[in-house]
Design a protein around this ligand. Sequence first.
Ligand code: AMP
Length: 453
Amino acid sequence: MANPITAPRGTRDLLPEDGPVWDRVEEVARDLSRRYALARIGTPLFERVELFARGLGESSDAVEKEMFRVSGARGSEEERAEWALRPEPTAGIVRAYVEHGMHVRPGPLRLWMIGPMFRYARPQAGRYREFRQWDVEVIGDPGPMVDAELLELGARFYHELGLADVVAHLNSIGDAKCRPAYRDALVDYFGAHEDRLTDDSRRRLRINPLRVLDDKALDVELAAGAPRAIEHLCDECRAHFDLLRELLDTLGVNHVIDHRLVRGLDYYTRTSFEYYVAGREGQQEAIGGGGRYDGLVELLGGRPTPGIGFGIGLDRTILALEEQSIVTPDSEPLVAIVSSEPDFARRLEVAGRLRDAGLAVRRPLRRARAGRSSWVATAWSCATWPVGSNVSYPSTSCRAPSGNRGDPAHPLPSQVQWRPRSVPTPAVSWAPARSGRGSRSPAGCIGAATTGT
Ligand code: AMP
């Protein structure tokens, strides 16, 4: 036998059993994007290396150490070195904003996307080389109201998934006016303690001193005594930060100030935030994060335009849900067609009608013996829909909460109850499966057909 080929290190396959939780997490993200009036945007998975080098800063980990370079197999030398898989979505979105002249649209522009990102980091629990993010960007709004709205949106996402104890860590890193003085204060402070810095931090101190605070291995005492960004804010940045905090209090967004939160990306200004599960900050990395990037549009060739956004790590969100034992209900109503007769056309036709009505229907079975439908129902966790005259079938029924009858052009048989598929959950109160005539309703079957006998 040939050696099996395995998936690349740091990547994972999404297996059928992983589907429900991914569907749920993405469904909540999509539904919230709709409720917050965000428009969908998509950008390529790979872009010019220069975009990330310019947008994220040459000294950022994402560019310096973690960039996945893509080579065109037959391209010229130059072309081969030119592309990179996107490590984050903001640079690509802002590139598209500038390229398509979106500044002429009535602003601010409110955008979202879900997709994979790639970073060549050392794989470990919760850190992958390919991971998925829900990303939200608002371009053209100086805040601070929109800052509060986005922080609340991220918190609401976790809340609607049922994740408890999420806290937003918050900081303001000032702007081009006040940051230089803060930078100098950091250089003076850490410069006087260089012997206590890691090699990495010593290098950061020269290139981007704010990132010394980002160093996970930084001496705790040294970090605690470091100058704080919010004590160096200019009047405008201070007013922005104070109002943001006031709005977060009004909205009830659980947050703490984190003086070490400076973000690894150079284009961030003012508001900077990350979400953690409270009490797990030391052991677990952020489950989401974002911030304001008022300088980025200009840096990428557009007019000076403020912007803010966040990226929520869906893989880490799912890990956190698992840690809190939050189970995803299997939300697809599932029906299997069973028949005792070789009437393929009839079975396909019935399947089509049930699908018209929004039900998920399994491939019609081959001929089923009398009594076999009960086995099918249990094995596949589904309700059965009998076709033909002499199938004995159980009333394997799960009663749907809604009495909606579906498409009037294809009325369902009167005994079928149907729940529309696009129910905006979170708190869907599933009707418990109802047993009929001695047969148990299949586990996990929700809102499927009832065969009222
Ligand atoms: P960042 O742009 O680094 O702030 O990333 C935003 C969010 O994406 C983080 O808060 C994580 O939830 C997630 N994330 C970043 N890097 C990874 C990774 N290597 N593996 C899994 N999730 C990640």
